[in-house]
Design a protein around this ligand. Structure first.
Ligand code: PEP
Ligand code: CO
Length: 454
């Protein structure tokens, strides 16, 4: 994975190519009190090593191209918002483990490679619906993610601090270091991952997946008997992605690859722009226009076919396969009506995209007891709708994008453990959006594997 890395270390970009975003409207940016401090941190970041390398990013682009054609399936998952406090070895290991377990099941269901991408190692900046938050008469700046300010509700904690970008950079680096160790050092051994999945299906709550797990068992025994070298399967490629929201941070991480002369945002392999910052003429899209990474755009229910074509004109004008993924988040109740005209428009246009479903963000509700939550059954219904629409139109459902954690949190309702509203209070830990817990994530993977087979 790191072959040729010396030529890919890159130099900070000195050209106008990547700076076009500065002339465009930029939503969701923190108001830093001291411009001098911001400039000093940016300059510092510019001098630091890249977190990911051009060769790795190019490999992911090739895999995303395969996914656009149905020759691979994308699994993107991780926290809504990573936090500095949860940046521990245990949390990282559990998330990687969950994603590897899901990927093993999905690989069997899809009969194609699964592209494993963590919403990890950089998911530290969040878009917010309001600039301020008021509690008991006190109004403070909203929490915008740990790379901007702290979640604690005091003025000192909420004032944006540019030094947090440096902390986010360092924590992303240590996270990637651990991910590389886990996925290159034998932790991803398929036999081991499959045995974890057998543990999951042994739970009576998930006995309906027993027969699928038994089939995978037989496939593994067949592989072994046929002489497959399992030791060669002990290493897997695992990529990192986050929302390219905090423009100063992303800009400071852009490097020029000396071999190709291309610009890469070296903060992650894949970057996406969110539903709230996806204006085709706006700063976030302009930033991603300037770099060679695979790019994603989240699109919600108000997206028009014309906007989608505009986004393709900006982000993938030449129709390079693997460059652009469209991450749809419509809501379970609406996807079957809203998605078809968008897919048909892109189909008629002809430039390839990789369609991915985010079944989380269109299905957020507030429980009667005040918790922001999502129903597992609605999440699954949106995934089902996504498959139905693509199958009806003859297009490719290329992947899923989910908010999950490797822990036994209680943030989403339902699933085999039947978490109810009262149960949410037991272990509700997310700083922003509710995540599937470890079991709910595996349950989703088994269900999606069945959809992929049918
Ligand atoms: C997110 O991915 O956490 C997010 C905020 O998504 P969206 O932009 O789709 O609302
Ligand atoms: Co979220």
């Amino acid at each position: 994975m790191l072959a040729g890395v010396m030529s890919e270390l890159g130099t900070p970009h000195a050209t106008a190519r990547a700076s076009a975003w500065r002339a465009r409207p930029a939503a969701q940016q923190p108001a830093y009190p001291d411009a001098g401090e911001l400039a000093a941190v940016s300059a510092d970041l510019r001098s630091r090593p890249p977190l990911v390398f051009a060769g790795e990013v190019d490999s992911l682009r090739k895999l995303m191209a395969k996914a656009s054609k149905g020759e691979a399936f994308v699994l993107m998952g991780g926290d809504c918002a990573e936090s500095f406090a949860d940046n521990t070895a245990l949390n990282i290991r559990l998330k990687v483990q969950t994603i590897l377990q899901m990927a093993a099941v999905l690989t069997y269901g899809a009969s194609t490679p699964v592209v494993k991408i963590g919403r990890m190692a950089g998911q530290y900046a969040k878009p917010r619906s309001a600039d301020t938050e008021t509690r008991d008469g006190l109004t403070l700046p909203s929490y915008r993610g740990d790379s901007v300010n702290s979640h604690e509700f005091t003025l000192q904690a909420r004032v944006p601090d540019p030094h947090r970008m440096l902390d986010a950079y360092l924590r992303s680096g240590t996270t990637l270091n651990l991910i590389r160790a886990f996925t290159m050092g034998g932790y991803a051994d398929l036999r081991e991952v499959h045995s974890w999945n057998r543990g999951f299906t042994a739970n009576p709550a998930y006995s309906r997946f027993e027969s699928l797990a038994e089939e995978i068992d037989r496939a593994m025994r067949f592989m072994e008997a046929a002489g497959v070298d399992f030791d060669a399967l002990r290493q897997v490629d695992f990529y990192a992605a986050h929302e390219a929201l905090l423009l100063e941070y992303e800009d400071a991480m852009i490097r020029e690859d000396s071999r190709s002369g291309r610009l890469y945002d070296t903060s992650a392999h894949l970057l996406w722009v969110g539903e709230r910052t996806r204006g085709a003429e706006d700063a976030h899209v302009a930033l991603l226009e300037g770099v060679h990474n695979p790019a994603g755009v989240k699109i919600g229910p108000t997206t028009t076919p014309a906007q989608l074509i505009d986004l393709i004109d900006h982000l993938n004008p030449d129709g390079d396969p693997g460059r652009l993924c469209i991450i749809t988040r419509m809501g379970a109740g609406r996807i079957r009506q809203l998605l078809p005209p968008l897919v048909e428009t892109v189909q008629a246009d002809g430039r390839p995209v990789t369609w991915i479903t985010d079944p989380m963000h269109g299905n957020t509700i507030t429980a009667d007891n005040g918790f922001k939550t999502r129903r597992f059954e609605e999440i699954m219904d949106e995934v089902r709708g996504f498959f139905e629409v693509h199958r009806a139109l003859g297009t490719v459902p290329g992947g899923i994008h989910v908010e999950l954690t490797g822990d036994d949190v209680t943030e989403c309702l339902g699933g085999g453990e039947h978490i109810d509203e009262a149960g949410l209070a037991e272990r509700y830990e997310t700083l922003v959006d509710p995540r599937l817990n470890h079991q709910q994530s595996l349950e989703m993977a088994f269900e999606v594997a069945e959809m992929l087979r049918s």
